[in-house]
Design a protein around this ligand. Structure first.
Ligand code: IMP
Length: 176
């Protein structure tokens, strides 16, 4: 299927590496002298998170959360639930959520609110890709790798029907 898919590189592995170095620098500045709890949103963020934390100077511990949003077909109803929770007590801790893509904004709005109820010292969000024009509710990430207008992207952790996560570059799919 991947062979027949018409796709072109949008963000090369080199561009991604460079951008992650810049993001890590910003995060290091803000959290100097602290320890971060980095929470990756499964599955799409796992490669981005792995590369990001290896560029950070601030010490961190890692955990993962998995969320599901329900709706008919590709239209989301806005109902989001946690299907795999973190195992870390975040009370009084500085939390950085690492997400693959912000699209409608529903997932992260829900997740940030759910985690804030556990009274962390702070919660910030680092998203690999921001599709700003597709928001259904306003949401601003603290750190954004790349912004794009529209289109469907795969690779570097991002899937199409669970395929293509392993590709080292990010591609935009042409014939969807
Ligand atoms: P939302 O912000 O609640 O709409 O959720 C965004 C989620 O939709 C992301 O975490 C991805 O899992 C998925 N998603 C949105 N756009 C793409 C894409 O272009 N490729 C792969 N997954 C996508």
């Amino acid at each position: 299927m991947l062979d027949t898919m018409e796709k072109e590189v949008l963000y090369s592995r080199e561009a991604i590496r460079k951008r992650i170095g810049e993001l890590a620098g910003e995060i290091d500045c803000r959290y100097a002298g602290k320890e971060l709890v980095v929470i990756g949103v499964l599955k799409g963020a796992f490669i981005f998170m792995a590369d990001l934390i290896r560029c950070l100077q601030v010490p961190c511990i890692v955990d993962f959360v998995r969320v599901a949003s329900y709706g008919a077909g590709s239209v989301t109803s806005g109902t989001v639930t946690i299907t795999k929770d973190i195992e870390t007590d975040i009370l009084g801790r500085d939390v950085l959520i690492v997400e693959d893509i912000i699209d409608t904004g529903l997932t992260l709005t829900y997740l940030v609110n759910a985690l804030k109820k556990r009274r962390p010292a702070s919660v910030s969000v680092c998203a690999f890709i921001d599709k700003r024009l597709r928001r259904q509710i306003p949401f601003e990430a603290d750190y954004v790798g790349f912004s794009m207008k529209d289109g469907f992207v795969i690779g570097y952790g991002l899937d199409f029907d669970e395929k293509a996560r392993f590709l080292p570059d990010v591609y935009v799919v042409k014939n969807l």
